[in-house]
Design a protein around this ligand. Structure first.
Ligand SMILES: [Zn+2]
Length: 327
């Protein structure tokens, strides 16, 4: 059953920020020299090994990796998955084949919108054992609310693969794989992709959905969110929040973005669709003002319909920055 009691995310964010030591202070980060800092622009708390004025959210710094990736070796789209799969399967994670994008096992959802959906409700509520524990799954997802951002932000798709890293801590297992291990694995697989540790910025956040909530760590590199590690820890009840019986690691990362960070191309579509894009440009005899396109690409990260209150005003702002018209 999905709970009818929902939580106020803004209130939770404020509360969790006050109790940050309880929710976000991790030895995995501290031991590697990460320090908690506050963004001078958005005031959000984040963790980084180097001193930063701003966080790494594109709304605060744009896309700084375009034409300027910190990764030495470009990876292809499939190669990116293979690298991640190899890391996780050789470190105790079982590989799970993707589930259908039509979420026919859920009565409250038509389409699979996240990898954790594969295991809801029965594994998450403890009624069924997961196929492996912990596990990794490259799950195709469909998100209709993202469609208006497709082609605008360079990172949105009509459908995309979310790489899910999940661990289920049940009565039987106890807390066998929790926050420390999850973040440790994430830093390790990112290293395998060639991302230097000093480039990583972990941002404190709160996740809430379906009557459950918990702290989460979103990780960014140079303005691109690569993944979000959610610690599904609490549930809402009529008498208030309480700890979940089955605590779940729900890390989801975009395969396209992980490949994109290694290329630094103007959009993520180049690395995902590759030759198709080249051929389409050729067939349609499109010539692109490359300098303008790259300039636009760097600031396109802040063009997100979900997170910008006035998109028209945002377009005017961007056009001004580029020294061109809105059209
Ligand atoms: Zn910020």
């Amino acid at each position: 059953m999905i709970s009818m009691y929902e939580v106020n995310k803004e209130e939770l964010k404020a509360q969790f920020a006050k109790e940050w030591e309880k929710h976000y202070k991790l030895n995995a980060l501290i031991q590697r020299g990460f320090k908690r800092q506050k963004c001078k622009k958005c005031s959000r708390a984040f963790w980084s090994t180097i001193q930063r004025e701003f966080c790494a959210d594109p709304a605060c710094i744009g896309y700084q990796f375009i034409g300027n990736t910190p990764v030495k070796k470009k990876l292809g789209y499939v190669e990116t998955w293979k690298t991640i799969e190899k890391y996780f399967t050789s470190h105790g994670h079982g590989y799970v084949k993707p589930y259908p994008t039509v979420a026919r096992w859920r009565d409250d959802l038509y389409f699979t919108i996240a990898s954790i959906n594969d295991f809801q409700p029965y594994v998450v509520n403890g009624e069924l054992e997961p196929p492996f524990n912990p596990l990794i799954v490259p799950q195709p997802c469909v998100r209709f609310p993202d469609i208006s951002n497709v082609g605008v932000s360079g990172r949105h798709y009509t459908n995309f693969v979310m790489i899910g890293q999940h661990a289920f801590n049940t009565d039987k297992t106890g807390l066998f794989y929790w926050k420390e291990e999850a973040i440790e694995h994430d830093m390790n697989y990112l290293k395998q992709l060639g991302i230097p540790e000093e480039e990583l910025v972990f941002m404190e956040d709160v996740w809430a959905g379906g009557g459950n909530f918990g702290p989460s760590m979103e990780y960014f590199v140079r303005g691109l969110e690569l993944g979000n590690c959610v610690f599904m820890q609490y549930e809402v009840t009529p008498s208030g929040p309480r700890e979940l019986k089955t605590k779940v690691i729900d890390m989801g990362a975009g395969q396209s973005r992980l490949a994109w960070i290694t290329t630094g191309d103007p959009t993520s579509y180049e690395v995902v669709f590759g030759d198709v894009i080249k051929q389409m440009k050729k067939d349609n005899e499109i010539s692109i003002d490359n300098d303008l396109f790259v300039k636009y690409a760097k600031i396109s990260g802040s063009l997100n319909e979900d997170e910008v209150s006035d998109l028209e005003a945002e377009k005017v702002r961007v056009a001004k920055m580029l020294g061109t018209s809105e059209e």
